[in-house]
Design a protein around this ligand. Structure first.
Ligand SMILES: [Zn+2]
Length: 313
């Protein structure tokens, strides 16, 4: 992959992409470490246990506070061979995995989005949220409101700059990545991948429709499902996740994410049902499927859609 071609007038850090990557990686590891705190604490029932700000890190098993040198992302887990220094509790692989993933997210972000622009921030925030939600849903079957509600608002806010200063948009292409075209402000402000089916950017209307449809259509289906089968099909957290993804990427990609997530969910769920390991009642973390489908749809959605239309005609 080559580096991004920046338009002439756009303000950018004049650093090689690989150097930006190297500089951002440690920040990613630290955010990943904080992500682990969120994954562990946000699904807790007790309000005091959900404190992620002032409560120092402690071992979930022996409750001893973790020393700073035992809390260095990735490296401490390797140095401690995956065990608590005090009680020998086996620290789940999830901890270094989340740190690594967020490190890779930040290091990789500058190869895809122009560093410092809003599309970069939007991409990184979305990726970070998806990593956290994937693991809260996988381990606790929970998608915390405290993460998802602010993302709904943010998704809509991200569309405002292009509404007020449409004349400042310009097209940035990642060389070697012809699946991604970005309309960005010349002043480095705005952002959004180009969706040929919907015009060049995720506009405020598409964002708000995505938010509304993402929330209410599955909620409506759920009501019907509940009425027929007397049980919940999807959790409310899943609708909220679709809602903020719709606000971030617009209504069409949101529909693609729902479709992709359902496809993935059945690919995993149906064989389980056939092997009788699960019944129609077994809970599967649908948020995990949505999280996996999102990057595929955001980056390859238009290409997949065109390929599908080509097959149909
Ligand atoms: Zn311990």
């Amino acid at each position: 992959m080559g580096s991004l071609r920046y338009p002439q007038r756009m303000i950018s850090l004049d650093l090689p992409t690989w150097l930006l990557s190297v500089l951002l990686a440690p920040f990613g590891l630290v955010f990943g470490s904080f992500g682990n705190v969120l994954i562990h604490r946000l699904p807790q029932e007790e309000k005091a246990e959900r404190n992620v700000v002032t409560k120092p890190s402690h071992c979930p098993s022996c409750k001893k506070p973790i020393r700073w040198y035992h809390n260095i992302p990735l490296f401490s887990w390797i140095a401690l061979r995956g065990k608590c220094a005090f009680c020998g509790w086996r620290i789940p692989v999830r901890y270094p995995l989340v740190e690594f993933l967020v490190g890779a997210l930040l290091a990789g972000s500058v190869w895809i989005f122009p560093f410092g622009t809003l599309i970069w921030l939007k991409g990184v925030l979305c990726g970070y949220a998806l990593i956290i939600l994937f693991f809260t849903d996988l381990t606790e079957f929970m998608l915390p409101d405290v993460i998802q509600f602010p993302l709904m608002v943010l998704g809509v806010l991200f569309t405002l700059p292009q509404m007020f200063w449409p004349e400042h948009t310009t097209r940035v292409a990642a060389s070697g990545l012809n699946f991604l075209m970005i309309d960005t402000f010349t002043n480095g402000l705005q952002p959004a991948p180009c969706w040929p089916t919907q015009g060049p950017v995720v506009g405020w209307l598409s964002s708000i429709i995505g938010l509304g449809v993402g929330y209410f259509v599955p909620a409506l289906f759920n009501l019907i499902y509940k009425w027929i089968r007397k049980t919940d099909g999807l959790g409310m957290g899943d609708f909220k996740m679709l809602a903020w993804l719709g606000a971030f990427w617009g209504w069409a990609p949101m529909a693609g994410i729902l479709f992709g997530g359902a496809l993935l969910g059945s690919a995993v769920g149906l064989p389980l049902m056939v092997m009788r390991k699960a019944s129609g009642q077994t809970m599967l973390p649908f948020g995990c499927a949505l999280a996996l489908a999102t990057p595929v749809v955001v980056f390859y959605g238009p290409a997949l859609w065109n390929a599908y239309m080509g097959l149909v005609h």
